[in-house]
Ligand binder design. Structure first.
Ligand code: MEV
Length: 324
């Protein structure tokens, strides 16, 4: 095989953000907006990257210099993922051969759907297909997780699990537990704030905010953990009303963490007033997206309310399939 095309889904956090960074579980669903990588083997030992959506146009360097220098943001996750693969499997790529990657995405990197994580997963999966087909899904997860930690310093890895395994997952920090949940119906409405949030910055801000209030912070994380466990049960019972209540409770705790914003709160309140079972921010906070769960007969009212509050409704399917 000389080339391969790999795609993986984006993600939306349903319950448990922030607490999952510190050893608690979360629930995440994969969305059918996919990032695709075309990878091919080159006959010279170079690393080539073309990622027009993040303004990387045909960049190229010697494979021996991979990961070196000040990497542009858009290139980082593909390049460091490839570097980690080469370091872990130093004999996998034959001498005098190189690799070329070209990325394509169905969603904007600003939505917070996890385009960076999806690109790390696609890169490693592509390299595995081309050079080391023995890698398991967990091997791919572990190498992608190392990549995220190398670049961001913090993160639970939940987004990588969504990109690899797809569907809806109960996930524990660092992939200590990854369980698929059976989802019968998940009538989610997704509202984009129009504001790009930086996860690593927000995670660090929470840490600083609670520097002298560790007990309070731990209590919030314990309460979030309880919500995640109840959410898991509510998914099993297909109890949408309960899921909505839990989303509202989770949102209150995220507000206590200080990660919600006026824009997020007004979109969330608007969707509740328009008949949603519940609503919350999804992800780190500070911007990105909110999610609302609503009965089908209230969908269009909730969508309108979100738009009237200044949000943009994104039409995406959830519970999508993983890397393929
Ligand atoms: C960000 O989408 C979710 C966080 O929990 C970070 C993470 O889990 O890596 C804030």
């Amino acid at each position: 095989m000389n080339n391969t095309t790999i795609s993986s889904p984006g993600k939306l956090m349903l319950f448990g953000e922030h607490a999952v960074v510190y050893g608690k579980p979360c629930i995440v669903t994969a969305v059918d907006q996919r990032l695709t990588i075309h990878a091919s083997i080159l006959d010279e030992p170079i690393f080539k990257l073309h990622a027009p959506d993040v303004e990387i146009n045909n960049s190229s360097k010697l494979l021996t210099h991979i990961g070196e220098g000040d990497l542009p943001n858009g290139a980082k996750f593909v390049e460091i993922a490839a570097k980690n693969f080469i370091e872990k499997y130093p004999h996998a790529i034959p001498e005098k051969k190189g690799i070329s990657f070209e990325t394509e995405t169905q969603f904007k990197s600003t939505f917070g759907f996890g385009s960076s994580s999806a690109s790390a997963v696609c890169t490693i999966k592509a390299l595995s297909e081309l050079f080391n087909p023995e890698m398991t899904e967990k091997d791919i997860f572990d190498l992608a997780y190392k990549t995220v930690l190398d670049i961001q310093g913090v993160g639970s890895g939940f987004d990588l699990a969504a990109a690899i395994y797809g569907r809806t997952l109960y996930f524990l920090t660092g992939g200590k537990k990854i369980e698929s949940l059976i989802i019968k119906k998940l009538p989610l409405i997704i509202g984009y704030t129009g504001i790009k949030a930086d996860t690593a910055t927000i995670v660090k801000e929470v840490k600083v905010r609670f520097e002298n209030k560790q007990t309070e912070l731990n209590q919030i994380y314990d309460s979030i953990e309880k919500i995640v466990e109840q959410g898991k049960q509510a998914f099993q019972d297909n109890d949408l009303k309960k899921l909505g209540e839990l989303m509202n409770q989770n949102q209150t705790l995220l507000e206590q963490l200080g990660v919600s914003t006026n824009k997020l709160s007004s979109m969330i309140n608007a969707s509740r007033n328009a008949g949603a079972y519940g609503a919350k921010l999804s992800g780190a906070g500070g911007g990105d997206c909110m999610i609302a769960l609503a009965p089908e007969n209230k969908r269009s009212q909730v969508e309108k309310a979100i738009e009237n509050a200044g949000g943009k409704v994104l039409k995406v399917e959830v519970n999508a399939k993983g890397v393929n």
